[in-house]
Design a protein. Structure first.
Length: 140
């Protein structure tokens, strides 16, 4: 029979009962308990608002295109649950990719505040047009 040296010569039941007062109910935390055991895998969202995991493609909200996010996965079932930011904030749901629907999906480029507030720059074509006009104006 095993000697209970690690339990100070107490039976496992007696040792459990000794610390029973330290055990408390989880309360509201019980609803979030699974979230602590999900795996998080870093992925970059492609231009068509998809990402891949375990040989399968998933759709995410289009606003996340180009962002690096965590794909939250239930490891035992290899099921993708949702996407999180790198700061572990919920960003949106994940759906298995429907290639036909994704092909006809209307897309809108995400609005970037830095681009919206920046002063408009002239394109190369506009610069060449101005240069050509100056040449003709001086020739007359």
């Amino acid at each position: 029979m095993l000697d209970n040296l690690t339990l100070d010569n107490q039976t496992p039941l007696a040792r459990f009962q000794q610390d029973l007062f330290k055990i408390q109910p989880l309360g509201e935390l019980v609803h979030q308990l699974d979230d602590y055991f999900y795996h998080r895998i870093k992925r970059t969202i492609k231009k068509d608002a998809t990402l891949s995991f375990d040989g399968k493609f998933y759709e995410v909200p289009f606003e996340l295109v180009g962002d690096t996010v965590y794909l939250v996965v239930d490891a035992p079932t290899s099921t993708a649950k949702y996407v999180e930011s790198l700061e572990h904030k919920w960003l949106g749901p994940v759906h298995p990719l429907d290639k036909q629907a994704n092909n006809t999906r209307t897309r809108q480029r995400p609005k970037n505040l830095s681009q919206a507030t920046a002063s408009p720059q002239t394109s190369l074509v506009e610069e060449l047009f101005k240069k050509t006009n100056k040449q003709f104006d001086t020739a007359l």
